[in-house]
Design a protein around this ligand. Structure first.
Ligand SMILES: [Fe+2]
Length: 372
């Protein structure tokens, strides 16, 4: 499916025109807590007048949304007889909206594990308010059930339209900027070395890496001129992981996030410092079916994109990039390292081009975390 992308440079007219042509009767607007202060709030509030459709608002969910929140959202969707969903927000708002879309025609009285998505033609439109998750481009969503993270993957939840309004980045808090920037950057890096990479995904992710490296300092310094570029890079990194999925850096980051209460991109950045070193050191344990020499070529190409003179500099360059983010490094004792190593989902590690077992994960955590 080809997504429609609306890059808002000066007006929402093209988007309004698209929505009018779709002739929606009532749109479920899914928004998070940031909505009230967004520079685009007025343009979204104006949907009702500009598109001639009704709006029902759903905002009753928290970060890391639960299945209960999704069910509440489906209730609002059905009560108001909505025929489209428009998510405006960060990763959680988009995740909730995707799950509402997926299960809006399902009998939701069953246990979550028994829910079967029913195909539907409800249109999902997404306006991301950070430049990082790339969720606007992917078939992935995350929802929490009994406190446990559940990954949802379905082609039916890829938004049909994406709205990129650079103004939402102008006031993003500094920590959130650094974390989301790293999330996008490492989507591209992990996608590039994934065993599922294709020439198409590699071309996209290589371009993202070069683009982010050329603008990230200006972006962090608050230069508004590079916000649209960052937004497109994050979206393209999402397109790359939609093809390949993420790899070990993400797999190892999840527990770190909840254990030390740090943001997703923060944890992903720390983990990839250790993962990059591991990959280069153990190319002889390559599990990519294309072979070790292919992996070495991939790492060399990645090193070149990162500005290294030689592939041996790859880990150092990644460490340098993450170092510039000034992230705090959590301190862990031996028991915590052990718990982290045991928590990594082995299925998610399968996309890594070099085998990583529990012991490797332990060694990587030791290297990237401070000792208590
Ligand atoms: Fe991510």
């Amino acid at each position: 499916m080809t997504q429609k992308v609306f890059r808002i440079s000066d007006s929402y007219n093209e988007l309004y025109k698209f929505l009018r042509n779709e002739a929606f009767k009532r749109i479920l607007l899914v928004v998070d807590g940031s909505f009230g202060v967004l520079p685009c709030k007025h343009d979204i509030d104006n949907l009702r007048n500009a598109c001639g459709c009704d709006i029902a608002v759903f905002d009753d969910f928290l970060p890391n949304p639960s299945v209960d929140s999704v069910i509440k959202g489906i209730d609002v969707f059905n009560e108001h007889a909505c025929d489209a969903i428009f998510a405006v927000g960060g990763g959680s708002a988009i995740d909730v909206a995707k799950c509402i879309k997926l299960y809006c025609k399902t009998d939701i009285t069953h246990e979550f594990s028994q829910l079967k998505p029913v195909d539907n033609d409800v249109k999902l439109i997404v306006l991301p308010t950070t430049a990082g998750t790339g969720s606007e481009a992917t078939r992935y969503s995350v929802v929490y059930y009994n406190g446990e993270k559940q990954s949802v993957t379905d082609n039916g939840i890829i938004p049909c339209a994406v709205v990129l309004d650079e103004r939402v980045l102008y006031t993003l808090p500094d920590y959130q900027k650094r974390c989301t920037l790293c999330d996008a950057f490492f989507h591209a890096v992990e996608s590039f070395w994934s065993v599922n990479s294709t020439e198409e995904s590699k071309a996209i992710s290589e371009n993202v890496i070069r683009t982010i490296l050329s603008v990230y300092r200006a972006y962090l310094d608050g230069d508004k001129h590079v916000c649209a570029t960052m937004q497109t890079a994050a979206y393209d990194a999402g397109r790359a992981i939609n093809i390949t999925q993420t790899t070990a850096g993400h797999a190892m980051s999840y527990k770190l996030t909840s254990y030390f209460n740090i943001a997703h991109g923060h944890a992903v950045a720390l983990c990839n410092v250790g993962v990059a070193e591991h990959l280069l050191r153990f190319t002889n344990r390559c599990v990519d079916p294309r072979g070790e020499s292919y992996l070495l070529e991939t790492l060399k190409r990645l090193a070149t994109a990162l500005g290294c003179r030689d592939v041996s500099e790859l880990p150092e360059h990644i460490r340098g990039f993450v170092g510039e983010m000034n992230f705090t490094v959590p301190k862990a004792d031996a028991d915590q390292i052990d718990a982290l190593a045991k928590s990594v989902n082995p299925v998610r590690l399968k996309n890594s081009p070099v085998a990583i077992d529990e012991n490797d994960a332990r060694n990587i955590y030791v290297k990237i975390l401070g000792a208590k």
